[in-house]
Design a protein around this ligand. Structure first.
Ligand code: GAL
Length: 420
């Protein structure tokens, strides 16, 4: 054989083999909204783990905390017939996409990984559609936290966490009187709703939260407790500095870090920001559960797998699903993200005191039936209902609307969606 002919044959063989080699490793396009410092570090753990297995990672980040922009981008991709293979998706959103027939099941990965025996039932239920696993959970975030600057609080003699909203207001009033901005908040509607979410639990307690927000009970939506929730929200507006417009949640966290504001009410993804900046809890910042009447607002990130074609992409989805649920990965990811692992069998040694507290309170809330899925973080109700809460709360916060008007508007909006 001439060397030219040998070369031609070798090239032909190589070109036949190449796709086979990449097929073994898989490609995955991941649509997510983890673009802040702490978030990027955490998702970087997943990318590295996937690439370490020889896979090809196509990153599709959509900036905008809370994921509202990402969900709009996702819809456009699906409508165009070109869905990403893996999407950061959660709560009832998973069921909605599955119901439309857009999600692929990953039962083979879940069965061989024994997911049923290592996931808390509350999460396993969310990940399944009609008994099939269509998503894989990566973490448990707690939403009802106050992140506080200990030095600023010491200036007004505060060392203990407020346990009621009246106590919170007393602390904030002291700070304000001392010329310190009590609360860091930005201007995204979802940030306003996060604040409102936490207030609703603290003012009304877990039973109220379930009846008013999950069951959408008209009597609870219009009752005195709901008025009190909006009254407290109005009060919060007075604790925020004038420059809040256009501020993202992580910049608000930075204000607490830099001593420009004393507190932020935000889920523990804020801790990912402190961690990325090398700050330690207890010393550089405090994590206080917000007044919550023994409740716990649950948020959990997960990846759902859209129906795609091509062996390489399907392989990528399965590899990613397995990785997301791998114990070592869940440990590394959650140390960076500020959350705790979704798996119940990952030891928490090496996790900080905030994570330990989150875990302890989670177990207590589960056994006392005081765990509530987060409205603001899309864990509680469908997007159409959540959208009405988002609109009313953000309009209220950014105007001088009365609490009575807000409650009327909210109840009317919920009734409108119900009638559709
Ligand atoms: C949440 C998400 C968190 C965090 C936050 C801010 O919805 O569950 O992981 O990233 O948005 O972007």
């Amino acid at each position: 054989m001439t060397s030219l002919k040998a070369f031609a044959i070798a090239s032909a063989v190589a070109s036949v083999m190449l796709p086979v080699a990449s097929l073994a490793d898989g490609t995955v396009e991941v649509l997510h909204w983890w673009t802040s410092g702490g978030e990027a570090k955490a998702v970087g753990e997943l990318k590295s783990a996937f690439e370490a297995q020889g896979g090809t990672w196509v990153d599709s980040p959509i900036a905008g905390g809370g994921g509202d922009a990402a969900m709009t981008a996702l819809r456009a991709r699906v409508v165009a017939g070109n869905p990403p293979s893996a999407v950061q998706l959660k709560g009832p959103g998973i069921q909605e996409w599955a119901q439309q027939g857009d999600l692929a099941d990953i039962n083979d990965v879940a069965t061989s990984g024994k997911w049923d025996s290592v996931l808390p039932p509350v999460l396993a239920t969310i990940m399944k559609y009609k008994g099939d696993y269509v998503a894989a959970p990566v973490n448990i975030h707690r939403v009802d936290w106050i992140w506080a600057n200990p030095q600023l609080l010491a200036k007004v003699g505060v060392t203990a966490a407020p346990t009621t909203w009246d106590e919170f207001n007393a602390v904030a009033d002291k700070l304000k009187a001392a010329g310190i901005t009590p609360l860091a908040n930005g201007s995204d509607p979802w940030q306003d709703l996060t604040l409102w979410d936490v207030i609703a639990l603290g003012v009304g307690g877990p039973d109220f939260y379930k009846k008013a927000i999950i069951d959408l009970d008209p009597a609870q939506l219009t009752g005195d407790t709901m008025i009190k929730v909006f009254d407290q929200m109005r009060r919060m507006r007075g604790y925020v500095d004038a420059g809040y417009a256009g501020r993202s949640w992580d910049l608000a966290t930075r204000m607490v870090m830099n001593g420009e504001a004393a507190m932020q009410i935000m889920g523990d993804w804020a801790k990912g920001e402190f961690a990325a900046a090398g700050k330690a809890p207890g010393k550089d910042f405090l994590c206080w559960p917000a007044p919550n009447q023994g409740g716990y607002i649950l948020n959990s990130d997960s990846f759902a797998f859209f129906k795609v074609t091509g062996a390489d992409k399907i392989k990528g989805q399965k590899v990613l699903a397995g990785l997301v649920m791998a114990p070592d990965f869940q440990r590394a990811f959650n140390l960076a993200k500020g959350s705790i692992p979704a798996r119940t069998d990952v030891p928490l040694d090496g996790f900080d005191t905030c994570a330990q507290k989150s875990h302890e309170d989670l177990l207590a809330a589960i056994s006392g039936d005081k765990l509530v899925p987060s409205l603001s973080q899309e864990m509680a109700i469908s997007r159409s209902y959540r959208g009405e809460f988002l609109d009313v709360v953000t309009q209220f916060y950014n105007s001088d609307m009365s609490s009575a008007d807000a409650v009327r508007q909210l109840a009317a909006a919920v009734a409108r969606v119900k009638a559709q």
